[in-house]
Design a protein around this ligand. Structure first.
Ligand code: FNR
Length: 395
């Protein structure tokens, strides 16, 4: 069965379920407790309605952007997700090759099943790669990892902060007994059989705090992005403590269940800390009074600037992005780019490198189609006035 039958990202999910081992499926699909947040992550996008503008030229359209200064063909990256080899023998290397041939950026998990050396060996010259860091309680081990990241010339560090301890992932717990932690420096204990998640989190320091951000800053000159920010307060804390950006994320619903979604956190930031957003994104959603007063103006909202593509503080969102239109909604609201976790794990499970390339094609064509139908031919033209948030509490 070829990739021709895979028309959207949910098709990858269905195909992967049939192809994965029970343990792999339990680990990939699982989320915490009742998996409410995992569901909300996608359904929240359904509460945003588009306000398409008509009679705008859209024959030429371009979805490319810059992410932390690096070119990306679409405003979407591969979120760091552990254990790609559970789905396909080549694991993360599929993502590295597929990301390069498709022109997008891969974020490597601290718990990748391929070693960092294997991944960087598969990297094309000049290919940007970001690294997701869990800080080991044994700081000398954490330091070794950061030294290696610096030496191998990776391009950014995503510090994951929403997982001081692992969430209660029941599918994973039920499937336990069949997994042995691989022998990598990330794992303290070897050969014990636990659920996959349980084995992984034994190496993460639950006492990590804001002071450690200073420590991390001393270890590297790379941009540091805080991953797993779930409130406007912590987004402001990240900014004030010198982070280069945040990923508004609840870890794909795998940590604390019934938290708000990354999208809702973005709405909180719009309301309570708009200074974190680029100026042209600080305007309200919905009908634009400026345009109503001057209906003949084509682009009434504040114009985008070159600088805004490469500004200091970046805001990313992940969780529940299954459609190009979901990504476009987050961008209209001020996100610089979005991340996709499970979607790419499933794509590489089903089709290896070609699966990843096919997934990027799906996202690219859906993003371009959405932009055209919305009346925008560049991602920098997406604006809050192009969407309306249905949930009244967020106005
Ligand atoms: C993850 N995620 C994750 N995050 C992280 O910072 N380090 C990690 O090692 C992992 N591992 C991981 C494994 C699996 C199987 C999944 C599904 C997720 C979270 C990931 O980066 C991202 O936040 C979510 O996956 C985004 O949600 P979607 O796209 O899966 O809905």
């Amino acid at each position: 069965k070829g990739l021709g039958t895979i028309v959207n990202m949910r098709d990858f999910e269905k195909a992967a379920e049939d192809m994965c081992s029970k343990v792999a499926w339990a680990y990939y699909a699982s989320a915490a407790d009742d998996e409410i947040t995992k569901e909300d992550n996608n359904s929240d996008y359904k509460n945003i309605r588009f306000r398409p503008r008509v009679l705008r030229p859209v024959k030429e359209a371009d979805a490319s952007t810059k992410i932390l200064g690096y070119d990306s063909k679409i405003p979407l990256w591969i979120s760091p997700a552990a254990m790609a080899k559970l789905g396909h023998p080549l694991g993360e290397v599929n993502l590295t090759r597929g990301a390069h041939s498709s022109g997008i950026i891969q974020c490597i998990s601290s718990f990748a099943s391929c070693s960092i050396e294997e991944i960087t060996a598969a990297r094309a010259p000049g290919q940007p790669l970001f690294f997701q860091l869990y800080v080991n309680s044994k700081r000398h081990l954490a330091k070794e990892v950061i030294t290696k990241i610096n030496r191998l010339g990776l391009n950014a560090i995503l510090l994951t902060v929403d997982a001081p301890v692992g969430g209660k992932r029941e599918r994973d717990i039920r499937a336990k007994g069949a997994f042995e932690a691989p022998k990598t420096e990330a794992f303290d204990k070897q050969g014990e059989t636990k659920g996959v998640a349980e084995a992984i989190f034994s190496a993460v320091d639950p006492d990590l705090n804001w002071k450690d951000l200073k420590w991390l800053r001393e270890q590297t000159e790379l941009p540091i992005i805080i991953k797993g920010v779930q409130t406007v307060e912590d987004a402001v804390m990240a900014y004030k403590n010198g982070a280069d950006g945040v990923i508004l994320s609840n870890h794909g619903g795998r940590q604390l269940d019934t938290t708000q979604t990354g999208l809702s956190t973005l709405l909180e930031i719009r309301k309570h800390a708009p200074f974190l957003l680029r100026p042209e994104y600080r305007i309200p959603t919905g009908p634009n009074p400026q345009l109503i007063a001057n209906p003949e103006k084509l682009y009434p909202d504040p114009p985008s600037t070159e600088k805004s593509l490469d500004r200091k503080f970046s805001i990313f969102v992940d969780g529940g992005i299954w459609r190009g239109s979901d990504a476009v909604k987050a961008l209209c609201l001020g996100a610089d780019a979005v991340g996709v976790g499970r979607g790419f794990l499933f794509a590489q499970t089903v089709g290896g490198q070609q699966g990843v390339e096919h997934a990027v094609k799906i996202f690219e064509s859906e993003i371009l189609l959405t932009m055209r139908l919305l009346g925008a031919n560049k991602v920098q033209d997406l604006r809050p006035s192009m969407v309306e948030v249905m949930d009244s509490q967020h106005h």
